[in-house]
Design a protein around this ligand. Sequence first.
Ligand SMILES: *Cc1c(COP(=O)(O)O)cnc(C)c1O
Length: 367
Amino acid sequence: MNHEIEALLREDLRGKSPYGAPQIDVPVALNTNENAYALSEAVRDRIAAYIGAELEHLNRYPDRDATALREDLAAYLGHGLEADNVWAANGSNEILQQLLQAFGGPGRTALGFMPSYSMHPLLARGTGTAFTDAGRHGDYTLDAEYVAARVKEHDPDVVFLVSPNNPTGTALDPETVRAAYEAARGVVVVDEAYAEFARDPESTALNLLAGRPRMVVTRTMSKAFAFAGARVGYLAADPSVVEALLLVRLPYHLSAITQAAARGALASAGELQAEVDQLRAQRDRIVETVRHWGLPVADSDANFVLMGGLADPHAVWSELLDRGVLVRDIGLAGRLRITAGTPDETTAFLEALRDTLRKRPDLFAND
Ligand SMILES: *Cc1c(COP(=O)(O)O)cnc(C)c1O
């Protein structure tokens, strides 16, 4: 960075690195937890029709409050939620940023339990919110007692829970979420980006919203809806939380085209479910196969798997890349994260891994 610019930059941002999952062009990309399936032609046609109907009005600003989309999202979520319980933005990342703008900010704190979603600390930094990492047990699990104790100890303005968690893949039990809420004075955000992939989708924190006005459940269309490129995320919470976010959102933040595209995709939820089921099956196939080969791996509730037993994860990452398969080195000792792909992509990963296991046994932990 040019020194003159760096000198003008906020002190807390100087020398920092941006979010940067590598975007490498490879035959099999299993590194960013995207949905492996492109939208079908029927779904694309439906989305195009929704967008087409908006083009006539593109000279006008969009519905600032995204009312129709929020009605559709509420209907999709069920659990007795209505449009005023729901808010939508450009990816759940923007939802999380708005939550920090409204409830965090300079002089305030957020608490997270890392390893978890790497954007929570980055969004905290961008909004001037101090972020504290309360860590996890040695095996990366969390329980009610641990979470409640850390929340009481730090007394944060915002608590981030992630269930199913990225990068570990594990869901929190509802007892842990309840305990965090009871221990907290501030807003408790449950990031459920992978909720649709959970082994028990009914374990969602949506069940806990009634009577808990400080609890917020965030979701995204990036994963289950195969919609990462469209940038649509949303939350469910008490209507007062939505009112608070109206104070910080940019006017017309969600374009008419995005709102229409999201409504077209929501109208296709039933068709997209078959692919979610297929991805869950491929995820379980990775867990079972890798476990059979002696590598430790926890059951996953997401569309990815955290594989352990690697003496040199970065070298395994590079061996896999040489074989055309890109996975994620998240910098965790002994581990790599692999997104479940189509059956063919999953086969390509498993074959690349088996070949690496044979040719470079030195890269794997032998205990
Ligand atoms: C992928 C992911 C998101 C999604 O972010 P979008 O901005 O909606 O694409 C949110 N939270 C977690 C934990 C994720 O892994």
